[in-house]
Write a new protein. Structure first.
Length: 202
């Protein structure tokens, strides 16, 4: 009985605030959750209020851009907030970047997604969220990682990948496509780092 009264009171207060143009978020934010040992292996999870009351939930994981060598999870805050307000659990994550370590390759970044999804499963179980479906979405380099993971590692995900969305994501690493913006040497260095194999500029 008290829970119903409290819920009605909260609903009334939010209506009053909305009338005056004050909109409160409808979600909790769990920040800087570690999914690995590296300082780069952290993620933020946005959980809509009362999500634990749903029989099942869906989550959207956002991957930032930055040419695989820069950027961070804060770039995807707006997307997370917008969709969390619409009832979706959302995640923005940092991942390993080339240049931070000579051994970092694209496979390392995909490994990070594996680890982050495993951590999300633990989080889902701990908070009784029953996440069953996810989507992977990203911008630029993040979009490439989302596409590549969904294509090559979907079977490793602890969740069903319902769909993948990518914005301005590179899908072809033929130099003729990149030559307007990058020298042959710069492009060869990028591909060498991502692949873990030396690629000569030509």
């Amino acid at each position: 009985m008290l829970e119903r009264i409290f819920a009605a009171l909260i609903s009334f207060l939010m209506s009053v605030l909305s009338f005056f143009g004050i909109v409160l978020p409808h979600y909790d934010i769990h920040t800087s959750i570690n999914y690995g040992d590296s300082a780069m292996q952290t993620m933020d999870i946005y959980v809509p209020y009362n999500a634990e009351e749903n029989s099942e939930n869906s989550a959207i994981i956002f991957l930032h851009g930055g040419m695989f060598k820069s950027g961070d999870k804060s770039e995807m805050i707006n997307q997370c907030e917008t969709l969390a307000d619409r009832g979706f659990i959302t995640v923005t994550m940092d991942y390993s970047l080339i240049g931070s370590n000579a051994n970092i390759t694209m496979n390392t970044m995909l490994d990070d997604i594996d680890k982050a999804l495993d951590k999300l499963l633990d989080f889902s179980n701990k908070h009784n969220l029953n996440i069953t479906n996810i989507a992977l979405a990203g911008n630029s380099a993040g979009g490439t990682l989302a596409l590549l993971y969904s294509y090559s590692r979907y079977y490793m995900s602890p969740f069903n990948i319902a769909f993948t969305a990518a914005k301005t994501a590179p899908t072809d690493f033929d130099y003729s496509i990149w030559s307007d913006n990058y020298s042959a040497a710069t492009f060869a260095d990028l591909v060498s780092r991502l692949s873990g194999h030396t690629v000569a500029a030509s």
